[in-house]
Structure formats: structure tokens, C-alpha cells
Design a protein around this ligand. Structure first.
Ligand code: URA
Length: 436
């Protein structure tokens, strides 16, 4: 392989052959191609784009750079979900046990929070003792016994993505749709799944802020997954305001447990989180063959939330992964007592809550990381007492702040995320914008 030829071919808008992409990824992962050449190739791909065949070949090369798990000894079609990430997105914690309780195994390998969006691993680790670093044998065993398993990325899975993502992060090449699709799918397709559901979030609090870009990402993800033989469905969902009332690891895990308990979470109803979760569950149950279609799947999912079977599966998961299952009976323990209250400075109606601003405030409070190696404070976060459309009196709480270190609470930053006005806000539009 001549790396300079591949770089110039892409730079000039040509199409790179699948074998050449595989050779490039293999050589880069092995350390035989230097960062500067890979960075040049990635920038050429960023600027010129990659066609469907190239994106699929890149995904395949990154997928096969490490171990591809074989879960064929676990009966049934295995289905996972990936979210492109948002603020307050605790959906996976409810969805995985919910779908498993309806009979479809869910093996889930997740990431940590990065930037202003949270990560499922950090949320799970808010449960004392919960282990996300299971070996592959333990992963298979828990999946077989419980019906779901939730672990972190291992060094064996898609090592090429780890190296390429780190390079993209420092070379201005993250925001490329085919590169994002290859990165996400190389990790997900290595899990041993038979089908995949994607939650592509779009809006102010999402990775993809622009709807047209989010639509292209959804189409590309589904197209590449299907080319690689994995049936996939993507839902495009809105992420302008935080999902639910809780933002931050312990608070979000507490809210997820409240939803599984079919209770009203702290501060009131959480219909948006349930709506997105049930929509995704319906698709997963249909793809997994447990429901004739997504509509019937949604009905099954609602029933499994109401009859306690999803909660029972989550309890079994927490116990199997060495977590303290008593928090499922007392979810408020996951966040402690509020250290500050954010009050409204005027009466009116909450017209807006800026998910991005709250995401940044959560990172500053210790719920997220400024650098990859930072530790997170599991208790840190917010619970919204008011959501868009709700009336508020002057001096009434808009949000409560939770943290191990009260000195980090910046109530002004949280208040600035709220817009209180005299106008009655229009009814919120549907959360699920489209299906691919
Ligand atoms: N998430 C990923 O896993 N990869 C990307 O490239 C972007 C977001």
C-alpha cells in the first residue's frame, strides 16, 4: 500500500477501494502508518466525503481491527440501541431491562460522558458497587442469565476506532457523517448483535444540532449497518430541552429507577423519557421478533413497565454486576440532599430550558469531564422542578442542585438556562421526528 497515493486519491475526490481502506486501517492500528499521514487522509475524507461503499469498507475494517463477539450460544435475536447523546438522556437504563423483560436479549457496550452529554457507564457507576468492567466471559454469562448486560468499551473491541477517534478529536475531523457512522457502527457491530436501533438526536443539546445533518447521519447509519448485514432502524428525536427532569449521573439513574418503578419521579411527570423509551423499545421488539410490528412492540413495552417486569430485570442486572440493589427501593439515595435551590426571579410560564446550557452547567458542577481522565461526581446534577409549559411564581424553585461539593453549585448558570415569560408557549412538537 502506498499511503501517499491513498491520501492524494481522496484529496482529489477519488474513491478509495475497500482493500486499500482495510490496509490503511490495519497499518495505522499496528503503528506502521504515522499519525500525520492518517490525519491527512482523515482531513481529505472530511472535506471530500466518503461514498456508501467507502463508509461501509471503513466500518468493516475498524470493526475487524479487534474482537467481534459471537453470542450465537445465547438464544434469540440480540438487539442493542445506540444514542448519539443528549442532556438528561437516561433512556438506556430503562430500555435495556425493558426490552429484555419482553424477551429480546440486549447486550450493551456503552461509553462515558464526553463534552456536555452524559454517558451510560457513568450513570450505572452511580450505583454503589456496580461493575462495568466485566470480562467477555462474564458479559456472555450475565446476558444469558439476565437477558441484558451493560459494560464499558474494552481494549479488544474496535481498537482502530479508539486510535482514529483520538486523532480526529485533535485534528478537526470529528464532524464528518461517514467518519461518525464508521466509528459508531464499528463498536456496535462488534457486540455480537443481530439488529440495531439508533436514537439520532437533533437540536441544541445534541451532538448534531442541525436537522438536515442529523437526518443524513440517521440515513448513513442505517445504510451502512444494513450493507454490513445488520438490520437497523433509526429514530430521529428532538434534543432541545433536557430529557426528563434529572440531569447528571446519580439524579438520572434515580429518575430511571423511578420510571422502572412506574412512579412519578422527583419533581413530577417524566412523559418525554417514557415516550422516547417506548418508541425505541417498540422498534427493538419488532426487530428482535418478539412483536409483529413496532406498534405492538410499544404496547408490550408499556405493559412491562406497568407490571414491574422491567424493574425485576433491572434488579437482576444490578445484582449480577455486583451493584447495591437496595437503591432500587430508595432511588433518592443516589443523589443525596439538594445543596442549592434555583429560584425564579419572576412569575410567568417556563417558555424554554436550554439543554446545552444545562449540560455545560452539569459539567462545571462535576457531573461531566473537562478532560477524558477526570473523575465524575456521581451525585452531581440537577432536578428540574419546572419544565417548559409549566407556570411558576416568583421565588418558586425552578431546579434543585445536587453535588458532593456545594461550592461548585453555580445557581446563576442554572437560572440562565430557563426562560420565564408571560406568553403561553405553544404545545411542544412531537419528540420523535422521523423514522429511517
Ligand atoms: N460518537 C462516536 O462514537 N464516534 C464519533 O465519531 C462521534 C460520536
Amino acid at each position: 500500500m502506498n499511503v501517499v497515493r491513498l491520501i492524494t486519491q481522496k484529496r482529489d475526490g477519488g474513491e478509495v477501494a475497500p482493500d486499500d481502506l482495510t490496509a490503511l486501517v490495519d497499518a495505522y492500528t499496528a503503528g506502521d502508518v504515522p499519525d500525520y499521514q492518517m490525519a491527512a487522509f482523515l482531513m481529505a475524507a472530511f472535506v471530500r466525503g466518503l461514498g456508501d461503499a467507502e463508509a461501509a469498507a471503513l466500518t468493516r475494517a475498524m470493526l475487524h481491527s479487534g474482537r467481534v463477539l459471537d453470542l450465537s450460544d445465547v438464544p434469540g435475536a440480540k438487539v442493542d440501541k445506540h444514542s448519539t447523546g443528549g442532556v438528561g438522556d437516561k433512556v438506556s437504563l430503562v430500555l435495556a431491562p425493558l426490552v429484555a423483560a419482553c424477551g429480546v436479549p440486549v447486550p450493551m457496550i456503552s461509553g462515558r460522558g464526553l463534552g456536555h452529554t452524559g454517558g451510560t457507564l457513568d450513570k450505572l457507576e452511580a450505583i454503589p458497587g456496580f461493575r462495568t468492567d466485566l470480562s467477555i466471559d462474564e458479559y456472555r454469562d450475565v446476558l444469558g442469565r439476565v437477558g441484558t448486560v451493560m459494560i464499558g468499551q474494552t481494549a479488544e473491541i474496535a481498537p482502530a476506532d479508539k486510535k482514529i477517534y483520538a486523532l480526529r478529536d485533535v485534528t478537526g475531523t470529528v464532524e464528518s457523517i461517514p467518519l461518525i457512522a464508521a466509528s459508531i457502527l464499528s463498536k456496535k457491530l462488534a457486540e455480537g448483535i443481530d439488529a440495531l436501533v439508533l436514537d439520532v438526536k437533533c437540536g441544541r443539546g445534541a451532538f448534531m444540532k442541525d436537522e438536515a445533518q442529523a437526518r443524513r447521519l440517521a440515513e448513513t447509519l442505517v445504510g451502512v449497518a444494513e450493507r454490513e448485514g445488520t438490520p437497523a432502524v433509526a429514530l430521529l428525536t428532538r434534543m432541545d430541552v433536557p430529557l426528563g427532569r434529572a440531569v447528571g449521573n446519580g439524579p438520572e439513574t434515580a429518575e430511571a429507577v423511578s420510571i422502572l418503578r412506574d412512579e412519578t419521579p422527583t419533581g413530577g411527570a417524566c412523559d418525554d423519557t417514557v415516550e422516547v423509551t417506548v418508541a425505541l423499545a417498540g422498534e427493538m421488539l419488532a426487530l428482535g421478533g418478539a412483536a409483529p410490528d413496532a406498534h405492538a412492540g410499544r404496547e408490550q413495552a408499556r405493559a412491562a413497565l406497568a407490571d414491574g417486569s422491567a424493574l425485576a430485570t433491572f434488579r437482576a442486572l444490578v445484582e449480577a454486576q455486583d451493584g447495591d440493589a437496595s437503591v432500587l427501593d430508595h432511588p433518592a439515595r443516589l443523589m443525596g440532599e439538594p445543596v442549592a435551590t434555583v429560584e425564579a426571579d419572576r412569575a410567568g410560564t417556563v417558555a424554554d430550558v436550554d439543554a446545552l446550557a444545562l449540560g455545560y452547567a452539569a459539567v462545571a458542577l462535576g457531573a461531566g469531564r473537562a478532560r477524558k481522565e477526570d473523575a465524575v461526581d456521581p451525585k452531581a446534577g440537577f432536578v428540574l422542578n419546572k419544565r417548559p409549559g409549566e407556570p411558576v411564581e416568583a421565588g418558586e424553585p425552578l431546579a434543585f442542585v445536587y453535588a458532593s461539593d456545594p461550592d461548585r453549585a453555580d445557581t446563576d448558570a442554572v437560572r440562565a438556562a430557563f426562560t420565564v415569560s408571560d406568553a403561553t408557549p405553544p404545545r411542544p412538537a412531537a419528540l420523535v421526528l422521523d423514522r429511517y
